[in-house]
Write a protein of this length. Structure first.
Length: 246
């Protein structure tokens, strides 16, 4: 579902992303980690089509992000750290609006919106104004807008930041269900970017860590922690690797 090959981004003499390659299949939940300034946000912006790569290629759902940009964008759902919500709209009206701008056919729009609300636990608040919802429910609306067009790939940036423990648990359960759904729904490929390592341990099956623009870890979480090693220690070693090499 995601195939990134030698993704590179330069800003003048600054090499922000240095030949990063990885792939992910349907049902994969990948934790995408790195220190501040490591290049992970730049990489995500390239994968979502918001930023062109200097070199390298990437395919989303089999569509090249340069040669087939519209098809690639239709295959991806993106939740930025600050969800793009309109607080004056109600939940259902907002999701219908998003479905329209994401080119969901008119005949399918109602079904897609209702399905997204059901999967995100929003059916009971469908007529509530978004601005009156709790932060946890607003995050649910943010995830619903990312999946309303039923994309193959979801990229979630800090999906639980600022939530209370109950809301965090609910959002984590939702993310797991999106990767391994019931009732024959699509199993999404999920890339989760977060600074909360406990989040990765609770949700992700695989961990990618980049530092100084380079991929330094790409390993199943179970293998990283099999001998009792904490993910925090793995991250610290990866974050310090570039300093040791300098």
């Amino acid at each position: 579902m995601i195939e990134a090959r030698d993704i590179t981004k330069r800003y003048g003499d600054v090499l922000a992303v240095d030949h990063v390659s990885f792939s992910a299949e349907a049902g994969d939940v990948v934790g995408f980690l790195g220190p501040n300034g490591a290049g992970k946000t730049t990489t995500m912006r390239i994968l979502t089509g918001f930023l062109p790569a200097t070199d390298g290629t990437a395919k989303i759902g089999g569509h090249d992000i340069v040669e087939e940009p519209l098809a690639a964008r239709r295959a991806i759902g993106y939740l930025p750290e600050s969800p793009p919500l309109y607080p004056e709209m109600d939940v259902a009206g907002y999701l219908h609006f998003v479905a329209k701008i994401k080119d969901v056919p008119r005949a399918e729009r109602r079904e897609k919106v209702e399905r997204a609300m059901q999967r995100c636990g929003l059916a009971d608040v469908s007529r509530r104004v978004i601005g009156a919802l709790s932060k946890g429910y607003r995050q649910r609306v943010g995830i619903a807008q990312a999946i309303v067009h039923d994309p193959a790939v979801l990229i979630l940036d800090e999906p639980t930041v600022g939530l209370d423990p109950i809301q965090i648990r609910e959002i984590r359960t939702l993310i797991r269900d999106l990767a391994a759904p019931r009732e024959g729904a699509r199993a999404h490929t999920i890339v989760l970017s977060t600074h909360i390592l406990a989040e990765v341990e609770a949700i992700c099956r695989r961990v990618i860590i980049i530092n100084a623009g380079k991929k330094v870890v790409d390993t199943p979480l179970a293998d990283l922690t099999r001998d009792g090693t904490r993910l925090e220690d793995v991250f610290a070693r990866a974050a310090l690797r570039d300093e040791a090499a300098a």
